[in-house]
Write a protein of this length. Structure first.
Length: 83
């Protein structure tokens, strides 16, 4: 559980309210749900690699596709596509 909490903290530092790339409407609970749902998904082809940047981006994609409003996902995409 210690490693999972560290990964959740890592995700919050990127996508939480005060993160580097905040996602409107994201909460610690939603991030925890995303991690758990991905880990339990039977046909999920990605195996978590210890909480690296690729793992972070996989979780971000799942959050944008499933756990925030379509408008929040579109705004996130537009905002960071400019970079």
């Amino acid at each position: 559980m210690k490693h999972t909490n560290g990964f959740i903290d890592y995700l919050m530092s990127f996508y939480g309210k005060d993160g580097l790339y905040p996602i409107k409407g994201i909460t610690r609970k939603k991030i925890m749900i995303a991690v758990c749902e991905l880990a339990l998904k039977p046909n999920f082809s990605h195996k978590f690699g210890g909480g690296d940047s690729y793992d972070r981006e996989v979780v971000r994609g799942y959050i944008l596709d499933n756990l925030v409003s379509k408008k929040s996902a579109e705004n996130f995409d537009k905002q960071w596509r400019k970079i």
